[in-house]
Design a protein around this ligand. Structure first.
Ligand SMILES: *[C@@H]1O[C@H](CO)[C@@H](O)[C@H](O)[C@H]1NC(C)=O
Length: 154
């Protein structure tokens, strides 16, 4: 539920309009509490995605609740064009320990890992949600067939 009152909704509208001029490809995935999640129709590496979200004044998405995961899953499920999204989860800092890079918090038990994942060792250090299976996987951070999931706190 979006809260009543102007500030956050107007802000989002301005952001979306601004972005439509700059790059006609950003979508609101959903809003949970103060967190607004967006994705873009372009496919980027994980590093490019970090930069992309930052360029919009956002950051790569941290998912912290069942509700947030469900909102993203529903979006991916209803999307006619199946695609994957990058999250801010990575084990680049300590192999085998996945944390949210914005907060340093461990991902804990929230991830819906695909059976057998994460399995990429030193080669796969970045986390995506597969739009076909809705499962989480570790992938090479240079993998390019994935869209950024950005968050904006209002
Ligand atoms: C996503 O899941 C599909 C179906 O299992 C699989 O074919 C595909 O390789 C997966 N994509 C990625 C990026 O892992």
């Amino acid at each position: 539920m979006m809260k009543k009152g102007f500030p956050s909704s107007i802000w989002i509208a301005i952001l979306i309009l601004g972005e439509i001029q700059a790059a006609p490809c950003i979508h609101l995935v959903g809003t949970v509490g103060k967190k607004n999640l967006f994705t873009a129709t372009r496919e980027l590496t994980w590093f490019e995605s970090l930069e992309y979200c930052h360029s919009l004044g956002m950051s790569l998405a941290v998912l912290e609740s069942e509700r947030e995961v469900t909102v993203v899953e529903e979006y991916l499920q209803n999307c006619a064009v199946k695609h994957h999204v990058w999250l801010a989860a990575t084990d680049l800092f300590k192999e085998g320990t996945f944390t949210w890079m914005n907060t340093g918090n461990p991902v804990g038990t929230l991830p819906r890992w695909l059976n057998g994942q994460p399995d990429g060792g030193l080669r796969q250090n970045c986390v995506l949600i597969n739009g076909s299976t809705l499962k989480w996987e570790d992938q090479s951070c240079s993998f390019i067939y994935c869209r950024p999931l950005c968050q904006l706190l209002s």
